[in-house]
Design a protein around this ligand. Structure first.
Ligand SMILES: [Zn+2]
Ligand SMILES: [Zn+2]
Length: 247
């Protein structure tokens, strides 16, 4: 029965591919796998590879030899926002041009290549989390937007790791937009917006947070604070792109 179902599924998939040939979600060029970027678009992103900070993933210039376990000055000082952070690429014109429509204009067709790049970014994660948690969206925003972009990204990531996704243990209170605020204002604005409503699902767990972008790290820091208070044993994070400032 399982075989027949698999066959039907493949036939259906082939039929859909025949009707709608796969195309690059960014430029529309033909590609062999549905939802993947074409080679030209792929090269325009600033993908983060080694050398990078082993803790927060901060990228270092390629020509610097920092040994086997490089640490950025922030992590070396013990000030890392989370216990482990990875980002697929740097926040720049290119990543912003897919991230903003994905977040605000329903371009959810980008989810496949974005989530795959994030899974790739997690390849050196040694400590496997117990649950994957998208950064919660306030109900008011969810109703307005219709979806939480972080949840869309978190689903394939949780499936790839082989753990459950948690979307209801933490609620977020609505606050007006944080756009163009500095680090201090962002941290102030996010204070107290998260509330753990199912501490039983958090206690003793290692949690991997998922978001589309990391700007100052204020959202992750605040979420970690409430999760640790509720008894989480570790909090990690992964984003599609991160702002990289000179440190
Ligand atoms: Zn393309
Ligand atoms: Zn670091």
């Amino acid at each position: 029965m399982k075989r027949i179902f698999g066959l039907l599924h493949n036939l259906f998939h082939s039929f859909i591919e025949f009707l709608f040939p796969s195309s690059c979600p960014v430029c529309g060029a033909p590609v062999s796998t549905h939802g993947e970027l074409c080679a030209d678009c792929w090269t325009t992103f600033s993908w983060i590879s080694n050398p990078k900070c082993i803790k927060c993933g901060y990228p270092f210039p390629a020509n610097i030899d920092l040994g086997d376990r490089p640490l950025c000055p922030v992590c070396a000082a013990g000030d890392c926002v989370l216990d482990f952070i990875r980002a697929a690429c740097v926040y720049d014109e290119v990543s912003r041009s897919v991230m903003l429509p994905f977040k605000h204009s329903g371009k959810i067709k980008y989810v496949r290549f974005m989530s795959r790049a994030m899974i790739w970014a997690l390849r050196d994660m040694k400590d496997i989390p117990d649950i994957v948690m998208p950064v919660p969206l306030a109900w008011r925003r969810l109703c307005h937007r219709g979806y939480n972009q972080a949840t869309l990204l978190a689903k394939p990531i949780a499936a790839a790791i082989g753990v459950k996704i948690d979307i209801d243990s933490v609620r977020r209170i609505y606050r007006p937009d944080m756009g163009h605020k500095n680090a201090v204002q962002r941290a102030e604005n996010i204070k107290g917006v998260f509330k753990v409503v199912r501490p039983d699902k958090i206690r003793g767990r290692k949690i991997l947070l998922v978001d589309d972008v990391m700007t100052t790290g204020a959202t992750f820091a605040e979420l970690k604070k409430v999760l640790m208070k509720a008894g989480a044993s570790a909090v990690y994070g992964v984003v599609f792109c991160r702002v990289v400032r000179a440190i």
